[in-house]
Design a protein around this ligand. Structure first.
Ligand code: CTP
Length: 441
C-alpha cells in the first residue's frame, strides 16, 4: 500500500512547544472537486464565525493516500445553522436532525456532506444509542472508535490543513495499528469489534494487543447480543463489501465474532475455497454488472450450515426479503448440482431446472461445483434469455382457447427451441398445433 504519510508535512512549533502538523491539502492526490469543496467549507465557516473540521474516515484516508469521498465535518458551534447557511450559499438541500444536532447537506453536483455539532456522547448501556451533549472538538474526537479515526483536519482559512490529533492517530496510521481510545470503547459500542476487523484487514494493519484483549473480552461477555440485528447486519454487509472480504471473515471467525452472531457460524476451509472460487468467477465476463457481490459472499458463508441455522442467521442479520429468498434457495443447490452433473442432460432440462433460481444462487453453484459451472454459464449467457417466436397471440389465432394450457404449450415449444428441434416461427407453430392435437386426443 502506498504510504504517503509525512511526505508533505510541515511541522510548526507554537509558543507552548506543542507540535502541530499542517498538511498541504492542495498538494495531496485527491479529486479537485473535493479540494475546492473543502476550501469553500473553510471559507464559509470563517464567514459564519465557527471552527470547522474534517473528521472520520476522510482525514484518515487523506493521510494514507487512499481514495475516499465521504465528507464528514464537525462544527464547534451550531452545526445545523452552519449547514443551513452553507447549503443556501451553494444552492444545495439540507436535512437537519435536531435531536442529534446534525444535518446532511446535498449539493447540486452530487456531493453529500454530513455536518455535526461537536459533541460528547454518554453510553448508558452497551449497544444502546448514546445521549449527546454539545462540546469542543477534543471531546468529539474522544468519543470515537479508534485512534486512526479520531484525527481531524481543520478547514478554516488560517489553519487550513492543520492536523488535530490528540490521541496519537497519525502515529498509529504510520505504524499500522488499530487501537481504541479507552478501555470502554467496545462496551460503549460493541459494533466496534466488527469495525476493528474491517479496518485492520482493509489496510493490512494489526489490532494492537491490549485492544485485541478488550475486544475478545467484549465478545466473551456477550456484548454483541445487546446490539440490534439491523446494526449487526449492516456491519457484516460492510465487511462483505470490502474488496477482498475473505481475510476479514477469517479474522471475525478467529476472534469469536462469527460465533457470537450464531454458535455455528464460522469461516472454515470450505468457506475459504468458496470465497476463492467466487473471486475467480467475478473476473469472468458472465457476471452481470449490477450483481451484489457481497450477497454471494454471504451465501458462501451460510452454505455449510443447515437450512434452519441459515434462517436463524438471516434473521439475526435482519437481511432483506430479497436476500433471504436467495438464502432459502440454497437448500436446492446440492440436488441441482447432482442433476446437472449428467453429461447427456438436454439444454431444455438445464433451463427448466435453473430458471427459478436467482443469479446469485446460480453463481454460488458454479463456485461450489466446478464440473457443472460451464452449464451454469451456458444458462446465464444463452438459455436464460431464449424466447419462443410465437406467443399467446399466435396460439389464439390457430384456435387454441386461452388458459393455463397456453403456458404449457409455450414451455414445450421453448424446450424444443432450446434443444434445436425447431428453428423458425413456422416450425414453432406447427409444433404448437401438434401438441394441442395430442392433448385433445
Ligand atoms: N465512529 C465511531 N464508532 C462507530 C462508528 C463510527 O466512533 N461505531 C466514528 C469514527 O470516527 C468514524 C466516523 O464515525 O471514522 C465515521 O464513521 P463511518 O462513516 O461509519 O466510517 P468511516 O471511518 O468513514 O469508514 P469507511 O471508510 O468504511 O466509510
Amino acid at each position: 500500500m502506498e504510504r504517503t504519510i509525512g511526505s508533505s508535512l510541515r511541522k510548526q512549533k507554537t509558543g507552548n512547544l506543542e507540535l502541530v502538523e499542517v498538511i498541504d491539502l492542495d498538494g495531496r492526490k485527491f479529486p479537485p472537486r473535493l479540494k475546492s469543496l473543502l476550501k469553500k467549507i473553510g471559507e464559509a465557516a470563517d464567514e459564519f464565525g465557527v471552527n470547522v473540521y474534517l473528521v472520520g474516515g476522510l482525514p484518515r484516508d487523506i493521510l494514507l493516500g487512499q481514495p475516499n469521498l465521504d465528507v464528514d465535518i464537525v462544527v464547534e458551534g451550531d452545526g445545523i445553522a452552519f449547514a443551513k447557511q452553507f447549503s443556501r450559499q451553494e444552492r444545495g438541500e439540507v436535512k437537519p436532525h435536531k435531536q442529534f444536532q446534525t444535518a446532511i447537506v446535498v449539493l447540486p453536483r452530487g456531493f453529500k456532506i454530513d455536518v455535526a455539532t461537536a459533541r460528547t456522547e454518554r453510553y448508558e448501556k452497551p449497544g444502546a444509542l448514546p445521549t449527546v451533549e454539545v462540546s469542543g472538538i477534543k471531546d468529539d474526537l474522544y468519543r470515537r472508535d479508534f485512534t486512526i479515526n479520531s484525527i481531524a483536519i481543520q478547514l478554516n482559512r488560517r489553519c487550513y490543513g492543520k492536523v488535530i490529533d490528540y490521541f496519537g492517530g497519525h502515529q498509529d496510521l504510520k505504524a499500522g495499528i488499530i487501537r481504541v481510545l479507552h478501555q470502554l470503547s467496545f462496551v460503549d459500542d460493541p459494533m466496534r469489534t466488527i469495525r476493528a476487523v474491517r479496518f485492520e484487514q482493509r489496510y493490512g494493519f494489526n489490532i494492537e494487543q491490549k485492544t485485541e484483549r478488550l475486544l475478545r473480552e467484549a465478545i466473551q461477555a456477550g456484548l454483541l447480543d445487546k446490539v440490534s440485528s439491523e446494526r449487526i447486519g449492516k456491519e457484516i454487509t460492510l465487511i462483505l463489501k470490502e474488496k477482498d472480504p475473505l481475510p476479514a471473515v477469517k479474522r471475525l471467525s478467529e476472534l469469536g465474532i462469527l460465533g457470537a452472531i450464531h454458535p455455528q457460524l464460522r469461516a472454515d476451509r470450505q468457506t475459504e475455497v468458496l470465497f476463492f472460487e467466487l473471486g475467480k468467477i467475478f473476473s469472468s465476463t458472465a457476471v452481470p454488472r449490477h450483481l451484489h457481490r457481497w450477497v454471494l459472499y454471504l451465501l458462501a458463508l451460510l452454505y455449510p450450515l443447515s437450512p434452519e441455522v441459515r434462517k436463524q442467521v438471516a434473521e439475526r442479520l435482519a437481511l432483506s426479503k430479497k436476500v433471504r429468498d436467495c438464502v432459502s434457495k440454497l437448500e436446492t443447490v446440492e440436488e441441482k448440482i447432482r442433476l446437472l452433473d449428467d453429461p447427456s442432460l438436454k439444454p431444455s432440462r438445464v433451463y427448466f431446472s435453473l430458471r427459478n433460481l436467482p443469479t446469485e444462487v446460480l453463481l454460488l453453484m458454479a463456485a461450489r461445483a466446478k464440473p457443472i459451472s460451464n452449464r451454469i454459464f451456458l444458462y446465464l449467457e444463452k438459455l436464460k434469455t431464449a424466447r419462443t417466436e410465437i406467443s399467446g397471440e399466435e396460439l389464439k389465432q390457430i384456435g387454441i382457447p386461452s388458459g393455463p394450457i397456453f403456458q404449457k404449450i409455450l414451455d414445450m415449444v421453448l424446450a424444443a427451441r432450446l434443444d434445436g428441434e425447431v428453428d423458425s416461427k413456422q416450425e414453432e407453430l406447427k409444433l404448437a398445433e401438434e401438441i394441442w392435437r395430442e392433448a385433445n386426443r
